[in-house]
Design a protein around this ligand. Structure first.
Ligand code: GLA
Length: 683
């Protein structure tokens, strides 16, 4: 099914921004539903996600359906002007399916069957499970195709949340079929996997198994293919249902909720298979920097299809699955919602509408808390609903970025192989954040991009790490004529996890103008001084390399220790290579941004200064711009706990308060302004 032409179906049935959440009416007596619908309407809710875990209620026995209750729910919501993101209800197989076909249960790497009693208890490769989901999806689609509340289909739920992989015999067979399609013959597989090592030469594809628990480290090429396979196997589950929905309801967009920047699934591939990208984000209120991680995920969500996306789930307050579930302090729920919009979302939804009284999520916050309309949470819900109405005109507006961060799942899987790497500490998210956090602090807009995408629209491209880099990807980077920054341990292996001839940086050698003589991971708790060409000192931790320039000019050297005098950072034409994990990337990044002429999304000169200084936006303030047809929208979000002074060079109207603003303004703690400004080009 991969490679099928993408169909352009958009969510047009709900105007403005979406607001609402997961609604689980089956957990409540029917008398409560009327109050739910009335309060949703009062809060301005216009969309509810329904039936996510309802399979056992909709099909209580094989082929025997009970849709009457769901009919009444959809009718009721529609009467109150609330559209429905209708789940196909396949996220959790019902007990009868598991009882009749125990083989649908997933099996872990140790061979243990995981039993019924939680959710997502299925083997992604199970033909029985897939057939049953297709049947239910068809029955649902045929029943609700013409229901006026149906606005969007929601397949599965957070794929890979609990079940990313299954090691059963069925999965093994499926894996072999996948390998046969990739390598053709057992000899092809032997060559790719380097099975001459440790006596693993296969004579038949049937001898190949998933990487089940083994006495020692498992062949890393096998593990890498397993990661690819697991992402593809779950995607097939999604596609089985999507095909049915497309056939029965071709005009209704299809989504599945992603889990921010998730290691397990290649979201570039996944996003191509759905109509609308949606995300679930749960930044930890206890972490004062968690909004930066959220911003990075949101930029990915926007970039996946280069279109507005939906925040389909977030918590109004505390979650129930951390060790300690800290609530959101006053203002944070609103601010984090506005943040998603700032990064291109066209809606903010929550888990969940009404707080549960039982089950594992009874302590998870909700838009309507246990305390009902008296609660602080409910007041926040009402306020957010009013704010979203004021921001309705921002729906559909787009974001433009001059900087792209390269992200590739194959490479990530290779880099974070569970065993046998030079260092387990070199993690992709940390590398991404070293660059992203500085860009975020500067208020520079960022897209994410896969390494094979046309990068020519960007002034600066940063590949924080491309451990796995194919010749084609390298070719694409060579063709890019902007300012490129490549991070450490890149160009090391090919698609089969085999070290490129001559070692790193393999196909990037000519572009970077250097060879890596030796990897030099740094022991825990040790650092290495880096001396920049301007004399300033920096620090490398986790990772360094012994570089041998072949045309590149060193712009920083290691100082002291075993690497004393060895180049740490080099420049070759417009390409910069950073051979270490540099804790503070400012000396490199700010210089490249200046050379490339990249500007922050807003000129916010320090109070008193006449001219834009290019200085950071005030600490804790996040600046994002969306461009509409008739106006631009500048979002300024103060994540700090004290008021922030911001000097606006462009006048505008704050959509949240209706005030016209210019010059020096103050943004309260955990408050925001959303400024409607003149459209680009009209300024
Ligand atoms: C995920 C799931 C929801 C719910 C929330 C709780 O996002 O999709 O069903 O469990 O977590 O935070």
């Amino acid at each position: 099914m991969n490679g099928e032409q993408e169909v352009d179906v958009r969510l047009t049935r709900v105007p403005g921004l979406l607001f609402g959440g997961d609604y689980n009416p089956e957990q409540w007596p029917e008398e409560v539903w009327a109050e739910d619908a009335r309060l949703m309407a009062e809060a301005g809710v216009n969309m509810a996600t329904v039936a996510v875990f309802s399979w056992s209620r909709l099909e209580p026995r094989p082929g025997e359906y009970d849709f009457a209750w769901l009919d009444r729910v959809l009718d009721l919501l529609h009467e109150h002007g609330i559209a429905v993101d209708l789940a196909t209800a396949t996220a959790t197989p019902p007990p009868w399916l598991v009882r009749e076909h125990p083989e649908v249960r997933p099996v872990d790497a140790n061979g243990t069957h995981l039993d019924f009693g939680s959710r997502q208890g299925y083997c992604p490769s199970s033909p029985v499970f897939r057939a049953a989901t297709a049947r239910l999806a068809r029955t649902m689609a045929e029943r609700y195709a013409d229901h006026p509340a149906l606005a969007m289909w929601h397949i599965g739920n957070e794929y890979a949340d609990h079940t990313l992989e299954c090691f059963c015999e069925e999965s093994a067979r499926h894996f072999r079929t996948w390998l046969a399609a990739r390598y053709g013959t057992v000899d092809g597989l032997n060559a790719a996997w380097g099975t001459s090592c440790w006596g693993q030469h296969y004579t038949d594809l049937d001898q190949v198994n998933p990487p089940r628990k083994a006495p020692g480290p498992i062949n890393p090429a096998q593990v890498l293919d397993w990661r690819r396979f697991c992402s593809d196997a779950l995607l097939e589950c999604f596609e089985v249902e999507r095909a049915v929905l497309r056939e029965v309801t071709p005009d209704v967009p299809v989504t599945t909720n992603f889990m921010s920047i998730l290691h397990g699934l290649d979201y570039w591939k996944w996003a191509a298979a759905e109509d609308i990208v949606s995300d679930d984000a749960y930044p930890d209120p206890a972490d004062p920097t968690s909004h930066v991680g959220a911003a990075l995920s949101y930029d990915l969500m926007r970039s996946l299809k280069d279109r507005p996306w939906l925040l389909l789930e977030q918590a109004p307050g505390a979650v129930s699955w951390r060790e300690v579930n800290v609530p959101k302090p006053a203002g944070m729920m609103r601010l984090h919602s506005l943040q998603a919009l700032a990064h291109g979302a066209d809606g903010v939804m929550f888990f969940q509408w009404r707080q549960a009284r039982y089950g594992p999520e009874k302590f998870h916050s909700a838009l309507l808390p246990h305390g009902g309309v008296q609660s602080r949470g409910w007041q926040d819900t009402l306020r957010l609903g009013r704010d979203l109405e004021k921001l309705a005109e921002t729906a559909g507006s787009r974001s433009k970025a001059d900087v792209a961060l390269v992200l590739d799942w194959d490479s990530w899987w290779g880099l974070e192989a569970p065993e046998s790497m030079p260092s387990k500490r070199l993690e992709l998210k940390r590398l991404l954040h070293t660059w992203y956090d500085r860009l975020h602090a500067l208020g520079v807009a960022v897209d994410l991009a896969p390494p094979e995408r046309d990068l020519s629209s960007y002034r600066v491209v940063i590949a924080p790490n491309l451990y796995l880099c194919t010749e084609d990807q390298a070719k694409n980077l060579r063709a890019y004529d902007g300012h490129l920054i490549v991070g450490p341990f890149s160009g090391v292996v090919d698609a089969a996890d085999q070290v490129h001839p001559g070692g790193a940086p393999g196909p990037l050698r000519e572009l970077l103008g250097l060879a890596v003589d030796e990897f030099w991971p740094l022991a825990d708790e040790t650092t290495q001084t880096v001396r920049h060409a301007d004399g300033s000192a920096g620090t490398a931790s986790v990772w360094a390399e012994w570089l041998r320039p072949e045309g590149a000019t060193p712009i920083a050297h290691y100082e002291g220790g075993d690497l004393d005098g060895i180049p740490a950072i080099t420049r070759h034409g417009r390409t910069t290579y950073v051979g270490c994990l540099l804790e503070d990337v400012r000396p490199v990044l700010d210089d490249v941004l200046t050379r490339a002429g990249v500007r922050p999304v807003a000129d916010l000169p320090a109070p008193g200064a006449d001219l834009p200084t290019g200085a950071d936006v005030p600490a804790g303030v996040e600046a994002c711009r969306r461009e509409g047809v008739a106006a631009d929208y500048l979002f300024l979000l103060n994540h700090g706990t004290t008021a922030a002074a911001v000097n606006l060079r462009e006048p505008g109207t704050d959509l949240l308060t209706g005030r016209d603003l210019r010059g020096l303004i103050e943004i309260g703690p955990r408050d925001a302004v959303v400024l409607r400004t003149a459209h680009e080009g009209e300024k």
